[in-house]
Design a protein around this ligand. Structure first.
Ligand SMILES: Cc1cc2nc3c(=O)[nH]c(=O)nc-3n(C[C@H](O)[C@H](O)[C@H](O)COP(=O)(O)OP(=O)(O)OC[C@H]3O[C@@H](n4cnc5c(N)ncnc54)[C@H](O)[C@@H]3O)c2cc1C
Length: 391
């Protein structure tokens, strides 16, 4: 097989890249280890930045998002006895939209199917070759057990944090940074109407808690737990009790309504960046190049911003042999990646319980600053609602 652009991974980054390339008149082929159903059911991110929403709308993916997405003007920040609303629209003129990654991937899957996109699902043994030449290729075994070779002008690694593309770049040509946080999130999905109109981020001496949502009838909630937590130790009753305490049930008449939990998982928290995001004819986008802890709601949005930069760069490269944008891609993308890496680290370290009493006082001091300073709130709002793509 031959294609101008071989894309490894059909998660949000890979699917959106193929969509944007198609709009620019460039063909691509995707290879993906999982089934389409698995990819579309994977429960992960749920908050879309303003730039992500704008891009999805501009590229014909906004219909269901506009009908079913829930636009939020801001978030609540709280600590015991205090809750403050930060209105992003008032502060920076931008908002966020609650619309699950599952829904974004379903919309993308449908659009790609309608366009006749070639996607090889349930492949095994994906490997990339000759990335330092102008004839790179990808090999894999397809769902029927047939060994395949996909020749391309360029290969794009959209294969997430455990895929083979990031590691295909030789050690001497790359630099990595990593931070593992000393806590995880216990995340639950519950069939109950959210007890809040917008997300609540709660600092609490017992640990961080967050009340998010996926729709008018489905709530998404998180609790800070120690690394290595066994999910079996957390009964539904214990989870609801901890959420009620940390989210301030009863405070100023606010109540948390519990409901049936339909999904529970423990998510470790990690920051990771690998640069450059290009080596020869291999480009990296999304989680393949960087991971952020979910506190700043940045992972999915960063993947979208990467491919929004990459699509015109690759179109110019394969159509006109113009390398200008492709050569600039890594540096341009990394500017935003590091901004979001810092913001995600900052939100995480400000809100999660630390065993160091000095740290705790600093956390409360930052929260007080946000409550009292419009400049402080505007900084958070600008980063949370999202800087423009290409910032
Ligand atoms: C458990 C979890 C929870 C998360 N929660 C949040 C959240 O609450 N908020 C938030 O903002 N972000 C969250 N994120 C981050 C967000 O989901 C990711 O940033 C986003 O999915 C990135 O998209 P991507 O396409 O780059 O990578 P992925 O979504 O990881 O897609 C990569 C794709 O590549 C495929 N692949 C891997 N290896 C191969 C191979 N060898 N060959 C072919 N295909 C391959 C994978 O199956 C996958 O479909 C979460 C991530 C995880 C893992």
């Amino acid at each position: 097989m031959r294609t101008p652009v071989a894309i490894v991974g059909a998660g949000p980054a890979g699917l959106l890249l193929s969509h944007l390339l198609d709009l620019a008149g460039v063909e691509s082929v995707l290879v993906e280890t999982r089934s389409r159903e698995y990819v579309e059911a994977r429960i992960r991110a749920g908050i879309l930045e303003q730039s992500t929403v704008d891009l999805l709308r501009e590229t014909g993916l906004g219909d269901r998002l506009d009908r079913e997405g829930d636009e939020h003007r801001g978030i609540y920040l709280q600590w015991p006895e205090e809750r403050h609303h930060l209105d992003f629209v008032d502060l920076v003129g931008r908002s966020v939209t609650v619309y699950g990654q599952t829904e974004v991937t379903k919309d993308l899957g449908k659009a790609r199917e309608a366009a006749g996109q070639q996607i090889h699902y349930e492949v095994t043994g994906t490997a990339v070759h000759d990335i330092e030449t102008d004839r790179p290729y990808v090999t894999f075994t397809d769902a029927d057990g047939v060994q395949q070779r996909l020749d391309a002008d360029v290969v794009v690694g959209c294969d997430g944090s455990f895929g083979p593309c990031r590691t295909a770049i030789p050690d001497a040509a790359k630099q990595t940074w990593e931070r593992t946080y000393p806590y995880s999130w216990l995340g639950v999905l519950a069939d109950v109407a959210p007890s809040t109109d917008e997300l609540i981020y709660a600092w609490h001496p017992d640990g961080f808690a967050m009340h998010s949502m996926r729709s008018a009838t489905v709530s998404r909630l998180y609790l800070q737990v120690p690394n290595g937590t066994d999910i079996g130790d957390w009964s539904d009753e214990r989870i609801w009790e901890a959420l009620a305490t940390r989210l301030g049930h009863g405070q100023d008449g606010w109540t948390l309504t519990p409901g049936p939990i339909t999904d529970k998982s423990v998510l470790p928290m990690r920051s990771f960046v690998q640069q450059p995001m290009r080596h020869g004819r291999l480009f990296l986008a999304g989680d393949a190049a960087h991971i952020v802890p979910p506190t700043g709601a940045k992972g999915l949005n960063l993947a979208v911003a990467d491919v929004a930069l990459l699509a015109p760069a690759l179109a110019a490269l394969v159509r006109d042999k113009d390398f200008t944008l492709a050569d600039a891609y890594s540096d341009t993308a990394l500017r935003r990646v590091w901004r979001c890496t810092h913001f995600s680290w900052w939100m995480t370290t400000m809100l999660h319980r630390s065993d160091d009493p000095f740290d705790r006082q600093l956390q409360l001091s930052q929260l007080q600053w946000l409550a009292r300073s419009e400049a402080g709130r505007a900084g958070l709002a600008e980063n949370y609602a999202g800087l423009p793509i290409g910032f």
